[in-house]
Each structure stands twice: as C-alpha cells, then as structure tokens.
Design a protein around this ligand. Structure first.
Ligand SMILES: [Zn+2]
Length: 273
C-alpha cells in the first residue's frame, strides 16, 4: 500500500470550488481614491553609473542620479498625458517625472513633529496602498501634493543671490522647496522675511538687495515642505483574488490583481539610518 503524501494540492474531499464573491477589485480601487491622499508618484531606477563590482558605489558626479545611485522616472509611458485605465485624465508634475495618483496611508508615525525637537533621527514610516494597476517598486517616490510638514536644515551659504534647491547631497542649498519659513538665522543674526529675503514661488530663498550674509555663513532654515516618501519594503509583493469563471473548475477561475501595500519612509530619514 502506498502511503498518501502529507501535502495538499486541491479542494477537500466532497467539496466543489466556489468563486469568492467577497471582494471586488474595482471597489477596492474606488475606496483608495475616496480615502487616499493625492501624491506625485515616480518610479525609481538603479543608476547604470554604479560600475564598481565590489561596492556598487554610484559616481558622485553622475548627471543622471547626482550621486544618489537611483534616479526617478515617469511610470508606464504616460509622458503624453492622456487617460488612465479607468478613463481619468492623467496629470503630470512640472518636471515630467511623476504622475498624480491616490495613495492610502495607514499606520503613519504619529510623531513626525518630534523631528522639530530631535533633529533628523526620528523614525517616520507609513504603510501605503495604491490602486491595483499602480504596481509599486523598491525605492519608488511619493511627494504629497496637499500636505505640509515641518522641516529644518542647515545651509552653508555660498554667497549667491538665491539659496537654490540642491537636494540631499549638498549643504549649499535647500533640500526641498519650502512652502513657508518660520525662521532663518545664523548664530548671530535673525533674517526676516520680506526685509532680508523673500520666499519665491518655486520655494527658494532670494536675498533682498545687499541683505545677504557673508559667503561661508552657516544658516539654520526652519519651515514647512511637502512630505517626500520612499518605498522601502513590500508587505505584499503581490496580492491576487480569484474571480468567477462560470464553471466549477478551479483552472477556469481568473486571477485578478488587488492593490498591494508597501512600507514607505520619509525621504530625509533615510540619510540618518
Ligand atoms: Zn548615477
């Protein structure tokens, strides 16, 4: 007599497969649009400048990734705008490297404001869920379109008329465009908005007349910015459901993708960890 192996490959004896009727992928997608945040979504690519086989270090002078090792690009050939899979108008950002989507955010760290007190070492993560067709990848980026958060940084002023946005790799400018400035100061002087400087519509700081400090002055900038999130981990790499196929055969059922969720972390916290 042959012993039955201790594995399972189908239905329990006497049971017939019944398609699940408990889940509608389009209703899941619908609830994400009604409860989600508007975000600029960019895909992340690994920059080809990482040519050192031992360390995979990016080239600090790389034009594509600016030494970050990853670059961001527009998802899925929507560069000409047009319509999404549901027929909605596609909206692109000014840089042309992000598309506006809805993102459900849950389990967001409650203590993002603590950053004001503790500097750049607060642990800020959230679970993000996107509509089923928007398949997230590792290191993808979201920029909140409507939300504001407090951010503070140091600028090593280089004497230019405008303090530009330089990203994360340099200290000579702003990491993000600022929406508002609470304080701008050196150790010895506080600079006042509309007296010493103006905040431009593009989020940079422009000095008024000869009010700029000496080149080489270190400045503290404190204000609000749009939160930037980076995808760090996939809680579900994929999540599918079986739809009715019309016959009682499992093989005739149709697998359909459901929204997945992933863990994202505030972009500036990645430098600290
Ligand atoms: Zn590169």
């Amino acid at each position: 007599m042959v012993m039955a192996p201790k594995i399972t490959t189908g239905m329990p004896a006497g049971k017939k497969p019944r398609p699940r009727s408990d889940f509608s992928p389009t209703e899941f997608d619908q609830s994400i649009t009604t409860k989600g945040y508007r975000m600029w979504w960019s895909r992340a690519g690994i920059c080809p400048c990482q040519n050192n086989d031992q360390t995979d270090q990016p080239d600090p002078n790389c034009q594509l990734c600016k030494g970050e090792g990853r670059y961001f690009f527009l998802p899925d050939n929507v560069s000409d705008g047009g319509k999404d899979v549901y027929g909605n108008e596609v909206e692109l950002n000014d840089a042309g490297n992000a598309v506006s989507i809805y993102v459900l955010m849950t389990a967001m760290a409650q203590d993002v404001q603590l950053f004001e007190r503790f500097g750049e070492w607060v642990f800020g993560t959230a679970k993000v869920t996107t509509q089923a067709p928007n398949k997230l990848g590792y290191h993808d980026r979201f920029i909140a379109r409507d939300a504001e958060m407090v951010y503070a940084q140091i600028v090593e002023f280089d004497g230019a008329d405008v303090i530009p946005i330089v990203g994360s790799r340099k200290k000579t400018g702003l990491r993000y465009p600022y929406i508002s400035i609470h304080e701008l100061r050196s150790v010895s002087q506080v600079y006042k908005q509309d007296e010493h400087y103006t905040l431009t519509s593009s989020g940079t700081i422009a000095w008024i007349g000869s009010q700029a400090p000496d080149s080489g002055t270190r400045l503290a900038v404190h204000g609000t910015v749009r939160p930037v999130w980076i995808v760090l981990d996939h809680v579900n790499t994929y999540r599918d459901t079986q739809l009715a196929g019309g016959t009682p055969e499992l093989s005739s059922q149709k697998a359909e993708a459901l929204p997945v969720h992933a863990v994202a972390k505030l972009d500036f916290l990645l430098d600290a960890g």
